[in-house]
Design a protein around this ligand. Sequence first.
Ligand code: PDD
Length: 279
Amino acid sequence: MQIAMIQDQIVPFDEVDSALLDRGTFFGDGVYEVIRSYNGRIFALDDHLERFARSLKEIKITGVDIESIRKKVEKAFDEAGIDNAKIYFHITRGSAVRNHATSEKLTPNFFLTVTEIEDTANEKLIGIKVSTFPDWRWKRCDIKSLNLLANVLAKTDAAKKGCGEAILVNDDNMITEGSASAFFAIIGDTLVVHPLGMDILPSITRKVILQIAQEAGLKPVEKRITPDEATQADELFIAVTTRDVMPVVEFDGKTIGSGKPGKHTKTLIEKFAQFIKSS
Ligand code: PDD
């Protein structure tokens, strides 16, 4: 008899809930998005949906109507009634008996949550510490895939060291990005960020920052830097939907600038807030 064991219980295989046979669980075979709202308004929904559509296309999950995803997101957000919400959703290739290759046409599974977003205002006033970790991820980090084991290990290592983010360093000793954020350095009035490519996620927050950089008196430059160069930068920050611009005041135990959020980073935080209001 074909069976499964769920915790301590043996069940006939045919009776296993299909949610437990999700390819997302077996293989991380799916893609996701994290969106947020500010004061009752969803931020950058079009950008996130566009990136989601691209992720689906890159892993060849077909037949998903993006406009129907937009409706689901808006419906769930209205239903939750949370002004400052974090909206997470994913689509996996579907549920089936475990087999790496998918011969049959599966029905994709959709899952979404709307939860309260953590208020980072106080953290922004002080800044966070970060620590480096090897970038062990696969070669298509531009896809927002559910395979996040390398990111999980990196961020857990950082958390154990009292750091708020892990900064990933590749085999060439170059910083790529954070375990769950984009990474920026400010050197003089130059804003340095890793170039877009298959080794980083095309972060939506990164895109907004590059748009507003000039208003904040900064010249954006896309180039790779080493951990040593980061340590010597005047200012550092990370950027991500859930924390927008977050100053970094310590990098691998070394103080950055004065050890407080720098003036350019503070200006960017203000400009970012204005951008949110005007969008
Ligand atoms: N992470 N780089 C990585 C590896 C990320 O996981 C994220 C976001 C970012 C920033 O992207 P954006 O600005 O579009 O949020 C960069 C999300 C929030 C997460 O996994 O929870």
